[in-house]
Design a protein around this ligand. Structure first.
Ligand code: FAD
Ligand code: SF4
Ligand code: SF4
Length: 440
């Protein structure tokens, strides 16, 4: 028997500066070096102390001018060539930093959705998030869990199971009766530290935005607000897509060094999952209770906003007739209201119409307004700027009425009507009335 051939160790080389290429970018190479072997000259160029360099290549990757390269001795080059030819599995040196990070990230498992509730009434967005969370959990091969916090909110557990969760973490105590940032942050952080989820999703509502930001700061992780797309990459990172730079580009953001990965999503952005009535799951009732004395905010009385009763919630509407600058003035929205009344729908608006004072802000559809997902969305005199489209493009059917045939709204329209809205809208309303009469 012969001794097995010793495995060749893959040489790592050292970093070197290429003559005349450094653009003195501000010492980025120095800032990333884990072993402090980069010194900067007065002219802003690096001097690399080769004896200390561990060949991690971080400086090479960060250099914006490709001014650094890896240098190998002739002997090292020979070994590299031998390894390439034999394709022998080289004994790679494990980067201790990367290995420690991988170990830390591996401690976190599971996708959690925060179930927002007010006096026991769940926010619909929480169920939408369980829908998207189910896909993420499946890709990751982990459980989809709901996080229910409140007082006497156990019935929400069954609802969470019916919407796809297989486990619920429950904090149920009088101190959690009303949403108060301090109590909810304490409660959530306790559960996060104890059970270590890798993904947490929350609704981008007033409560969700407040809570998510406070938790992310406390547990020192990243948070992406108002995501419009969520997916998992091949390294288990959550790819969080959202509009950036005023909606002109879609950015995909990742939090690859910290856990949990946190994201908020606005209502109506994700579809509702299929309801599985009677679905069962596990309830983990955690006894953690925040001491009432430690919560500085006290809820003395809840006063309902008088405006909210008369206000229209366009996010839940099945038919929306929206008007833009093409309406020419506030008085012409009555024409859209007539059509909405015939359809049993509501009137929405573009930001231009809201900014002009023609419609109240709660009717605005789009990036800085509401996201809607009606069965039918009729856009009247709206050009179709990207900031408007992100708020309505997932409607089941879009009907666009615009006199400019090249208006971008037609790119997302199921049916496009090129014409004067002042003729088209009353004609549609008349036709619907006629059809209703015939049916009687
Ligand atoms: C950061 C940021 C956030 C934003 N958020 C939002 C948002 O949430 N929602 C939003 O809507 N916008 C938003 N905007 C504004 C957006 O960029 C557009 O300016 C706005 O959507 C345009 O509104 P409009 O389509 O009503 O007006 P215009 O772009 O002026 O379009 C009017 C349209 O009416 C048509 N028209 C005119 N007369 C008639 C007629 N008689 N019959 C038929 N068609 C007619 C015209 O051909 C034209 O296409 C945002 C912008 C920024 C920078
Ligand atoms: S290769 Fe790594 S250790 Fe060497 S100089 Fe660059 S950053 Fe520093
Ligand atoms: S990162 Fe590149 S360009 Fe910037 S200082 Fe270092 S070598 Fe020069």
């Amino acid at each position: 028997m012969t001794d097995p051939k010793p495995k060749l160790k893959k040489p790592r080389g050292v970093a070197r500066l290429l003559d005349g290429k450094c653009i003195a970018c501000g010492a980025r190479c120095q800032s990333v070096c884990p072993v402090n072997c980069v010194e900067m000259t007065d002219s802003g160029e690096p001097i690399i102390e080769e004896i200390k360099c561990i060949g991690c290549q971080k400086c090479i990757k960060i250099c914006p001018a490709s001014a650094l390269e890896m240098y190998f001795t002739p002997e090292e080059l020979k070994i590299l060539a031998e390894l390439a030819v034999s394709a022998a599995p080289a004994e790679e040196e494990v980067d201790p930093e990367a290995a420690a990070l991988a170990r830390k990230l591996a401690e976190y498992r599971g996708v959690w959705v925060f179930v927002e509730q007010t006096e026991g009434e769940p926010a619909k967005v929480s169920w939408e998030l369980l829908g998207v969370g189910a896909g993420l959990a499946k890709t990751l091969g982990v459980e989809l869990c709901a996080l229910v916090i409140g007082y006497e909110v156990e019935p929400l557990c069954s609802e969470a199971f019916a919407h796809g969760a297989s486990k619920v973490y429950l904090l149920d105590a009088p101190v959690y009766r009303h949403y108060r940032t301090e109590a909810y942050v304490e409660g959530c952080c306790h559960l996060i530290e104890k059970y270590k989820p890798e993904v947490i999703l929350m609704g981008a509502t007033g409560m969700g935005r407040d809570l998510a930001g406070a938790i992310a700061t406390r547990v020192a992780t990243g948070l992406t607000a108002d995501c419009t797309g969520l997916a998992i990459d091949d390294k288990r990172n959550l790819m969080q897509t959202r509009p950036a730079f005023g909606g002109n580009i879609m950015a995909t953001i990742m939090c690859d060094k910290f856990r949990p990965q946190m994201a908020t999503v606005r209502p109506n952005v994700m579809p509702m999952p299929e309801l599985k009535e009677g679905a069962q799951g596990v309830v983990i009732r955690d006894p953690f209770v925040v001491a009432e004395e430690s919560v500085l905010t006290k809820v003395i009385e809840i006063i309902r906003d008088a405006h909210s009763k008369s206000a229209v919630d366009i996010t839940g509407a099945e038919f929306i007739i929206s008007g833009g600058r093409g309406l020419m003035g506030p008085e012409n929205f009555a024409m859209l209201q007539e059509l909405a009344d015939e359809l049993g729908g509501v009137v929405g608006a573009s930001r231009s119409a809201v900014d002009a004072g023609w419609m109240p802000g709660d009717r605005q559809v789009g990036q800085t307004g509401k996201t809607v997902r009606p069965k039918i969305y009729i856009a009247c005199g709206i050009s179709g700027a990207i900031q408007h489209l992100v708020g309505m493009q997932d409607s089941d059917m879009v009907i666009a009425i615009n006199r400019d045939k090249s208006a971008p709204i037609f790119e997302v329209a199921t049916y496009g009507i090129v014409g004067d809205l002042f003729q088209v809208v009353p004609a549609i309303t008349r036709k619907i009335r006629e059809l209703k009469q015939q049916r009687k």
